[in-house]
Design a protein around this ligand. Sequence first.
Ligand code: HEM
Length: 465
Amino acid sequence: MTAPRGCWPNQLLVNAHLMDFLLTPYLVAGICAALVVACSFKLLRRPNLDHIPVVGPSSLLASYWFTKGLEVDHTERFVQEGYDKYKSRAFRVASLTHWVVYLHRSHLQDVAMTPEDHLSFNHAADNAFRTEYTFGLNINDDYHLPLIRLTLSRNLSVLYADLRDEIVAACNEYLDLKHNEWKTISAVQATLKIASRASNRILVGLPLCRDSDWLDMNINLPRAVVDEARILRLFPSFMVPSVSAVALLFVTNLSERTRLGFVFLGPVIKERLQHMEAEGTDWDNKPNDFLQWCMDSKEETSLTSLTRRIIAINFAGIHTTSNTFSEALLNLAENPQYAQALREEVEAVVSNYGWTKEALSKMRKVDSFLKETQRFEGLSVLGLSRKAMSDITLADGTFIPQGTFLAFPAHAMHHDDAVYENPNMFKPFRFADMRNKEFEGSRHQMVAITPDLLSFGLGRHTWWA
Ligand code: HEM
């Protein structure tokens, strides 16, 4: 499916005269001045963190030289250094635009239990992605969360057959293996496609979940959003609305991505709306997917915002899933000696339970392999990113002023020998062994949320908690 151009009603038309004017030296000077003012405000308004020790560059701007421009690739080294040095204390590391205070394991429960209006996941995510300008969604408008946490979790057993069907169809198409032949594939590209199809089978159903243009749009989205948000982060939040027209025109691609998303989703939504108008809440073959749950909730009626929401959930789901999956495949390629044990387990369990959700919970070695992959590689150096919305004093007396960005050094914690034996060794059946030592040991399952592994977070923002 290709997108017709120029059909989006809110599209901005820019003519050559306007561009000539906009690109004059006056405008360039104006933007530079705005940036200087913005940076000064940002520096003046930052919370006072003098009581928290610094690791790495000692000022925000100095961090620029250590971070190769906008590529923040030394964070891991500084965070590990701080973790080793300060043991049970908080420390801070500079990013280009703000300090991040890294907390200790003993602060985990405190942070997980603190309500959103004091320690905010949404505001931290907004700082990272500038959601209003990149996705067009208000950060507090999160009615989709109970739909993911409750409705999706409740429906997983029913949806499992669809999910499996989609994964098998996607593997057949993208791997296209004949008999016992060997072929070279990109693990990252293949898993991205498989994960995006599987997620979209649950999000929007057939046939859209198989539309390669829709999938490509969602797969390519994170790179664009991260780049756009990096530029917007240079402006303090209070300035962003006043530069929003410029931001929406030059920095973010929101209207184009909404328009394109609508080209794919619009007909699907309209068809469902017709059913809802004609037949009420139920009809033959009514879809059971996330889009339909959103529509049934009647929380939003605008087609634009529904489109934007589905795009945002795709953003949250695809790369997280495919990254875990591709890392696991690469670990298996590096350690082929474990393939036989995994295969035997799958064959034995499936012969007893079939391909069911229940069977998955019996596959202890497979589950452990995936969980160890998350521990060993992890998606991110940090976990549980939050923004303090008020002054907070943690149980051990650590004072966190309003406006501070917090996180936990997830990678360092996952590699701490006080928590894991031989933490720097990839031990695929580490968690299966732990489970076998205990009666049921479900707390060592991949989906169990524990302070020892922050891959899915902790507290209310882990969506099945
Ligand atoms: C292996 C796969 C995944 C990983 C590792 C992962 C990881 C995470 C993490 C670390 C958080 C933040 C939690 C916190 O800071 O407390 C999060 C939040 C979230 N994830 Fe995932 N995720 C995965 C798959 C998915 C999928 C498939 C979806 C969508 C269908 C999804 C939707 C969300 C949403 C909506 C949130 C925000 C929750 C909130 O605002 O309360 N995730 N995820």
